[in-house]
Design a protein around this ligand. Sequence first.
Ligand SMILES: [Zn+2]
Length: 99
Amino acid sequence: MATDYDAPRKTDEDQSEDSLEELKARRHEKNSGKVDEDETEAAESFELPGADLSHEELAVQVVPRQNDEFTCSSCFLVHHRSQLASDKKGVLVCRDCDG
Ligand SMILES: [Zn+2]
């Protein structure tokens, strides 16, 4: 009796069981996810040098701009910005040349 009642239902349940089984499978993956933890740990230890790289990128981004350097239009030497004496119409003159 129960079998008869179950039989037509099972087809119906089969479809929902599909997703259920998927969920179960996913849960099982997570539960047996000691491998996952290892992967996370590996990713974490991989992230550390990655963070360092981003730091380097930041530093590298600043350097090419040479924002704190200028070329004196009088002696044509590259000076630090702190040596900039005048900046008239884009004509940069260092303190040495600034009379
Ligand atoms: Zn100069």
